[in-house]
Design a protein around this ligand. Structure first.
Ligand SMILES: [Zn+2]
Ligand SMILES: [Zn+2]
Length: 307
């Protein structure tokens, strides 16, 4: 049986392999030399303000518009150019093609004249991922804002910082889901599974829907639950609202605050909800569907404050 490599081997001599290998090595050297040349000339453009002569506000703008670099390239080369002016060992390592800009840019912000040799050694010996981890560990107080941003139709980009311990739990769910489904699981699948699981277990609206279905399946229970006499809570020993009534209130109000403002617009808050008695318990108000409504905490408080 031949694989691609064996087919290639049949048509190639050892010398051919060595030749192409050397070509690749040389191309990388040329690339590093070209990067170093670019860094040196960017230093001159910066120092002599050549960018301003051509009407650009900054070296960055000049790099984008006149040199047609991408934002990420411009950012990396300018940072490396400025840093290597302050750090001669860094300049030397770039000149001798010992390090590449693509790896160096991961750690450029950490490098100072006093630690430059340590970081150069790390860039030479460590992988990009290892460098990333090292930088992360030296930045314990980094602040990443939580963000949910619409990036395309029906697509939200979610960003959040997460501790290593929490991420381990996340990875464990990933392992369990892979095991269960025999598929490769994406992060968004994990988020969906976790949300579905939580909602199924904890959402009062779901509980109420399930209870209603149960009642429909076993009509005998309707008489027991629906026709249960509304409970009048005594002032001294206030009884809890029966769960069957709570469920009905939740279903009728669809888990939303029912407060209407002066224009008749409903509040629609779905968080921090309370059961409010239209006729207060102390005035003989019952725990009944008719006498109960859902209100968000803010509106509940304001209502009791006014009345
Ligand atoms: Zn109330
Ligand atoms: Zn409200």
């Amino acid at each position: 049986m031949y694989n691609n490599f064996n087919i290639a081997k049949k048509q190639m001599t050892n010398k051919d392999f060595a030749f192409i290998n050397q070509q690749a090595i040389n191309a990388v050297k040329t690339l590093k030399k070209a990067e170093y040349d670019l860094i040196k000339v960017l230093q001159k453009v910066d120092e002599k303000k050549v960018y301003a002569y051509y009407g650009f506000r900054s070296l960055f703008q000049y790099s984008l518009s006149a040199l047609h670099l991408t934002e990420s390239q411009a950012y990396s080369y300018i940072n490396v150019a400025r840093k290597s002016q302050q750090c001669p060992a860094l300049d030397e390592a770039l000149k001798n093609k010992e390090i590449s800009v693509s790896k160096l840019k991961q750690v450029i912000a950490q490098i100072t004249p006093s630690n430059q040799t340590e970081w150069i050694d790390r860039v030479k010996t460590m992988s990009k991922r290892e460098l990333e981890n090292l930088v992360a560990k030296s930045n314990p107080h980094i602040r990443i804002p939580e963000q949910a941003r619409m990036v395309a139709e029906n697509l939200i980009h979610l960003q959040m910082p997460i501790s290593e311990n929490r991420f381990k739990k996340f990875q464990r769910v990933n392992e369990l889901l892979c095991q269960k489904t025999n598929k490769v699981i994406k992060m968004q699948d994990i988020v969906e599974q976790l949300c579905d699981f939580y909602i199924e277990k904890n959402d009062p609206l779901k509980k109420a829907e399930r209870a209603e279905k149960r009642i429909k399946r076993k009509p005998n229970r309707i008489t027991l639950q629906n026709k249960a006499k509304p409970i009048v809570a005594s002032q001294t020993n206030r009884a809890a609202i029966p769960s069957s009534i709570q469920n009905q209130v939740y279903l009728r109000d669809q888990g939303c605050c029912q407060f209407l403002d002066a224009t008749g617009k409903k509040c629609r808050e779905r968080r921090w909800l309370d059961y409010h008695h239209v006729i207060p318990v102390k005035k003989g108000g019952e725990h009944s569907l008719k006498n109960l409504t859902l209100l968000c905490r803010g509106h509940h408080r304001s209502l009791h404050f006014i009345t």
